[in-house]
Design a protein around this ligand. Structure first.
Ligand SMILES: NC(=O)c1ccc[n+]([C@@H]2O[C@H](COP(=O)([O-])OP(=O)(O)OC[C@H]3O[C@@H](n4cnc5c(N)ncnc54)[C@H](OP(=O)(O)O)[C@@H]3O)[C@@H](O)[C@H]2O)c1
Length: 328
């Protein structure tokens, strides 16, 4: 099968296409014929090996030769003990443990997958498994009239999170680079801020801050919060994340605010509710662009260099059902 592989961390040109053996599913594993794989910032982090947590399991060289976690495709074969799927089933899931979505076939643990809703194309379904749970858990508990700020709001998770917060009745401020301001407005943001020209931590205070890309001091985060407010980050530099869970947590407690890290729970239990919202039309999937398998380096650069609005998808096998005008 064809797979996009790499053997060292670096820029997109460390990637190349190779003919590799098609894997065989082991106990509890499913072999998926990949139709589409959406990109997340975690793919870029896995490519470059930065921040340091992206090297978990492979400090000097990547732990897996093929990246790509958000897959959608057809079950080709199942290993022993697999009970929920059989060949031909259409599935999607966040394959963070085994990766391998930038290839014609990928192995995934049964528990990482769910049956794909018929109403979603493979391309659409692939956008949900990682970004959906981040957005749902990152906006959980938000109520009408609250002021929420979403930092990194123009990307994959942010585009979902803005819509969820609006749906909950909050006043939403989206922060991203200037090229994504109009996109965030179209997702429903009431206010937008270009992080390169304005310091959002001086503009609040906010009741809730969801930070997808934490790079600032915990004192700045504390300053951005109203009394009783809550800041949670899901990604960013390791230095900042460590400060958030130590100094930030203490600072929050001392000043009547909550500052912490959101460890996102993955898997079908957490992404299927998002797919339901997309199927019912309550949440829009915004696909910026699709690429072919041989264009994975270009697709990763689009995400990593900050040009993607919403989601970018690699169509491993172009499907006749896409592009469809249903969403975005
Ligand atoms: N905690 C967990 O359990 C967990 C699990 C999975 C993933 N994650 C993390 O969740 C995050 C989700 O990212 P995603 O896939 O939604 O990413 P994405 O689609 O790349 O979106 C991130 C957005 O943030 C923007 N950005 C970059 N630097 C910024 C800054 N300093 N201020 C404001 N905006 C900035 C980016 O634009 P530009 O770069 O163009 O400016 C981009 O639009 C990642 O950090 C990932 O590591 C966490």
């Amino acid at each position: 099968m064809r797979a996009v592989v790499y053997d060292r961390y670096g820029p997109p040109d460390v990637l190349r296409i190779e003919e590799v053996p098609t894997p065989t599913p082991g106990r509890g594993q499913v072999l998926v014929e990949v139709m589409a794989t959406s990109l997340n910032l975690s793919d870029w982090e896995g490519l470059t090996g930065s921040p340091a947590y992206a090297r978990f399991g492979g400090f000097r060289k990547p732990r897996r030769r093929t990246l790509g976690s958000d897959i959608a495709g057809r079950v080709q074969a199942v290993g022993t003990n697999v009970t929920r799927f059989r060949p031909g089933d259409e599935v999607y899931g966040d394959n963070l443990a085994l990766l391998g979505g930038f290839a014609e076939y990928a192995l995934a643990p049964e528990k990482a997958l769910a049956h794909k809703p018929e109403a979603l194309s493979f391309v659409e379904a692939s956008t949900i498994p990682q970004a959906g749970p981040i957005a749902l858990q990152g906006t959980a508990g938000i109520g009408p009239g609250q002021r929420i700020l979403i930092n990194g709001g123009g990307g994959g998770s942010g585009s979902f999170a803005i819509q969820l917060a609006k749906r909950a009745g909050a006043h939403v401020t989206g922060v991203d680079n200037a090229s994504k301001l109009e996109h965030m407005r179209s997702m429903g943001a009431d206010e937008v801020i270009d992080y390169r020209s304005q310091d959002w931590t001086r503009l609040g205070p906010y009741d809730r801050v969801l930070d997808l890309v934490a790079h600032r001091s915990v004192f700045a985060y504390r300053r951005s919060l109203a009394r009783g407010g809550r800041y949670r980050c899901v990604g960013g530099s390791v230095r900042v994340l460590l400060r958030v869970i130590t100094v930030g947590a203490l600072l929050g407690r001392l000043t009547g605010r909550r500052i912490g890290l959101l460890v996102v729970k993955p898997g079908p239990t957490y992404f299927e509710p998002m797919a339901d919202l997309c199927v019912s039309g309550e949440i829009r999937i915004h696909i910026d662009r699709t690429f072919g398998l041989e264009q994975v380096p270009e697709a990763l650069a689009q995400v990593g260099e900050g040009h993607a609005l919403g989601k970018v998808v690699v169509e491993v096998r172009p499907s006749p059902r896409f592009p469809t005008p249903r969403f975005g």
